[in-house]
Design a protein. Structure first.
Length: 263
């Protein structure tokens, strides 16, 4: 791990591998989006809209991630007051980013012929690869680490006394594998349920990976961590999205048949 600035102190500018990995992840995420759009012939104007919508969602998602973490910390230690900027949490950022993305989509969707359900299976691919690089960034920063262990994969961070589980790398490996699976499904099989696959698989993985985490991230529900609480909701949401997608696909197919008959 390398939690130090990549530039000399004399430059007065700090660039950390955490930020570099985040930037690489975002670039790959948009690269996946544009590749998918080109190969599948997605409306160019709609692809541009998704791009700008994605930028806004990412920016506000980081604010949401900080807000969620500050809320967890306040619930756990209200005597310390509400300290915004005391850390971030991915699931909090994901929730905020999704809300912003959907809000902007429903505001501007009438300007485009393409509908979100037609391309939604590509979006988890972008999230997965960006998140994977982000977790590598967490490893370099030394945050989001696991509990102390004598397991052979244990890693000694400079700010910790003993080796710990590199939960950041466990999660990054899982995310990259899931990216490969979801990308293959949407590109080769035109699979429509990648969003459910992502929500359910990541929710389950994150729930159990939390048992290895050793960093303090605040409290929401006493018997489980905040991330485990949201992980359960992700799995439930993933199951509901299966039914929602099936309904939308059948509705649009029926509508297309009716329009063809009228012609």
């Amino acid at each position: 791990m390398y939690p130090y600035s990549l530039l000399p102190d004399s430059w007065k500018i700090e660039i950390h591998l955490y930020g570099v990995m985040i930037a690489i992840g975002v670039l790959f995420a948009f690269g996946v989006l544009f590749y998918y759009s080109k190969k599948k012939g997605v409306e160019e104007r709609f692809t541009d809209f998704i791009f700008y919508n994605g930028i806004a969602s990412i920016a506000l998602g980081f604010l949401s991630a900080a807000l969620f973490q500050a809320t967890y910390n306040y619930i756990e230690n209200p005597e310390n007051g509400f300290e915004f900027g005391s850390g971030i949490t991915f699931i909090g950022g994901l929730i905020g980013g999704v809300v912003v993305f959907l809000a902007l989509y429903f505001i501007f969707r009438r300007r485009y012929k393409t509908r979100l359900y037609q391309v939604v299976s590509a979006i988890p691919c972008s999230i997965l690869i960006a998140h994977g690089f982000g977790r590598i960034g967490c490893f370099f920063a030394g945050c989001c680490h696991g509990k102390e262990t004598d397991f052979f994969l244990g890693v000694k961070f400079p700010h910790l006394p003993n080796p710990v589980h590199p939960t950041q790398l466990y999660e990054a490996a899982f995310l990259f594998v899931m990216f490969g699976i979801c990308f293959w499904l949407v590109m080769k099989k035109d699979f429509k349920h990648n969003l459910s696959v992502y929500l359910i698989s990541y929710g389950i993985f994150r729930f159990f990976n939390e048992y290895l985490r050793g960093d303090d991230r605040g409290e929401l529900v006493s018997i489980i961590s905040p991330s485990q609480f949201w992980s359960i909701l992700m799995v439930v949401a993933g199951i509901l999205v299966i039914f929602l997608m099936n309904y939308i696909i059948k509705r649009e197919a029926k509508k297309a048949i009716e329009e063809k008959v009228e012609e």
